[in-house]
Design a protein around this ligand. Structure first.
Ligand SMILES: Nc1ncnc2c1ncn2[C@@H]1O[C@H](COP(=O)(O)OP(=O)(O)O)[C@@H](O)[C@H]1O
Ligand SMILES: [Mg+2]
Length: 270
């Protein structure tokens, strides 16, 4: 089976006269796969996510969707890419445009020219999967940080993408907001949507990701299953990242396979 999304030797930047920020990054996502993007500030995580959906001019490389190269210069191919691959920005204020939460969820499907009943059905589903039914008629600007983030996610989900890119979705959320975000991500898994997200939370990466990628100075420094990534903690030249707590305890206790969550660790410990 072809990957749902693949980038090959992607190079991109913000100023054509300067060397590209993102350098020759290759990465693929299988349908339903969950990949975490790690890396220090300025490593190029946001740049990679923007480049994946053609929001930055490429200085090299290709984007492939379901085994076909996307010609980013052709409007129709770009539209199709952005329909199948949804990007949730780090700051929801960059994304939210409608006067109400339900308007936000309906915006994309309406723009696709779908019939009103389909627009409503999609918006309802997206709001439900983000736990936002209670704030349908509120203005996005009156929402809490966590609700805003989920409203931005609902707007993207209503497009029914097959791949979701999320830029630091958990940043700035309190524990309850993070829990709700993870619940929404779990529902996406059941729907078979592939997710690539950037994060600094290694504990989350350990319990959630199928694979993890590490970006350093615009290059892909590592891409592997989390077991392998965290086995080399501190050993990547140029970056020290912490070891996930549950991974560390599991190792100390000699558990095999290693537990992925605190709940699993508790069960196995007894
Ligand atoms: N809008 C921009 N214009 C010019 N340079 C930028 C812009 N956004 C990011 N950069 C530069 O690109 C590099 C990578 O940034 P970014 O992709 O935001 O990193 P990350 O998301 O990993 O923190 C940094 O050196 C940053 O200064
Ligand atoms: Mg960033």
């Amino acid at each position: 089976m072809a990957p749902i999304l693949e980038v090959k030797h992607l190079s991109a930047g913000y100023a054509p006269e300067e060397p590209p920020v993102l350098r020759e990054v290759s990465l693929s996502l299988e349908p339903g796969e969950r990949v975490a993007l790690l890396g220090p500030n300025g490593a190029g995580k946001s740049t990679l996510l923007l480049a994946c959906v053609g929001l930055l001019p490429l200085s090299g490389g290709e984007v492939w969707l379901e085994g076909r190269r996307v010609d980013l210069k052709k409007r129709r191919e770009l539209d199709r890419l952005r329909q199948d691959v949804g990007l949730v920005f780090q700051n929801p204020d960059d994304q939210l445009i409608a006067p109400t939460v339900e308007g936000e969820a309906a915006f994309g499907p309406r723009n696709l020219g779908l019939p009103p009943e389909e627009v409503k059905a999609r918006a309802d589903r997206a709001l439900a999967s983000c736990g936002l039914e209670g704030c349908r008629r509120r203005s996005p600007h009156q929402l809490s940080g966590g609700e805003k983030k989920r409203a931005a996610l609902a707007g993207v989900l209503a497009m029914e993408p097959r791949v979701l890119l999320m830029d630091e979705p958990a940043a700035g959320l309190d524990p309850e907001g993070q829990g709700r975000l993870e619940e929404a991500l779990d529902r996406l898994r059941q729907e078979g949507i592939a997710v690539l997200l950037s994060t600094h939370d290694v504990d989350f990466v350990w319990r959630w990701a199928d694979r993890a990628a590490v970006l350093l100075e615009g290059r892909l420094a590592a891409l592997d299953v989390p077991e392998k990534i965290f086995a080399q903690s501190g050993a990547l030249p140029g970056w020290n990242f912490p070891t996930p707590m549950v991974y560390w305890i599991g190792k100390k206790l000699g558990l095999s396979p290693l537990p992925r969550s605190r709940e699993e660790l508790e069960r196995r410990w007894k």
